[in-house]
Design a protein around this ligand. Structure first.
Ligand SMILES: [Zn+2]
Length: 161
């Protein structure tokens, strides 16, 4: 499958080029991502955290938003995501929610940690019970909040996802 392999390399090189562009333009961290459907790039993005003041503007998230807008859908089945670095926990969550078929990555999270992009603490937090996490997360007003869940479960014309 030499041709398939070279196609994967082509898409990854595009993601890598975006990561380099991000650094050179001063728009964000050294991360790029593209989303491919049917052999065509439908979204390309790089990290924009510092340029648009959005801590969620990681390359993968920006690319997922672009792809969904382009395809006018909230599900990216049939799509592949190429990211220049192994996704952080936030992006990994977004990737699962987006339903992309597959993820290709280049740099590892250890490579990212070496240049001070260390998301290991988030993985460690996830393993802890809520009460032991460094971020205080406090439950209040569950009874009132459950109203929306009840409405949802009874709604007949809802758009499930
Ligand atoms: Zn991320």
């Amino acid at each position: 499958m030499a041709s398939a392999n070279s196609e994967h390399s082509r898409f990854m090189r595009e993601a890598i080029a975006l990561s380099i562009k991000s650094v050179n333009s001063g728009q964000g961290g050294p991360f790029g991502a593209v989303i491919v459907k049917d052999g065509e790039i439908i979204a390309k993005a790089h990290n924009m955290v510092t340029s648009i003041n959005d801590p969620t503007a990681h390359a993968e998230i920006v690319a997922i938003r672009q792809a969904c807008q382009k395809l006018k859908t909230f599900k990216l089945n049939g799509c592949q995501l190429y990211t220049s670095c192994e996704p952080c926990p936030m992006c990994l969550g977004a990737i699962y929610w987006s339903r992309v078929d597959r993820v290709y990555y280049a740099n590892t999270k250890a490579d990212a940690a070496d240049i001070d992009f260390d998301d290991q603490f988030i993985y460690e937090e996830l393993d802890l019970p809520i009460s032991d996490r460094r971020l205080p997360i406090i439950q209040i007003l569950r009874d009132e909040a459950l109203q929306a869940f009840k409405l949802w479960s009874e709604k007949v014309d809802k758009i499930e996802y």
